[in-house]
Design a protein around this ligand. Structure first.
Ligand SMILES: [Zn+2]
Length: 64
């Protein structure tokens, strides 16, 4: 099993850059930092990934 974490910039949702992770650029890092300082940081609503798709738990037993 491979757990691939979707890495996106929390500020502009662009693909993040390793150098500025978890952001895509220094600009976004500054923006995020500014949000913290301003005290108006809002956690973006992210849709939950379907990691565990547990649907029906019906047991289908086919008798011979
Ligand atoms: Zn960004």
């Amino acid at each position: 099993m491979a757990t691939v974490a979707k890495a996106h910039c929390p500020v502009c949702n662009a693909q993040r850059v390793e150098k500025y992770r978890p952001f895509c650029s220094k600009r976004c890092a500054d923006i995020d930092l500014g949000r913290w300082f301003s005290g108006s940081y809002a956690i973006p609503t992210e849709e939950m990934p379907d990691e565990f798709d547990i649907g029906t738990e019906e047991l289908e037993e086919d008798g011979i």
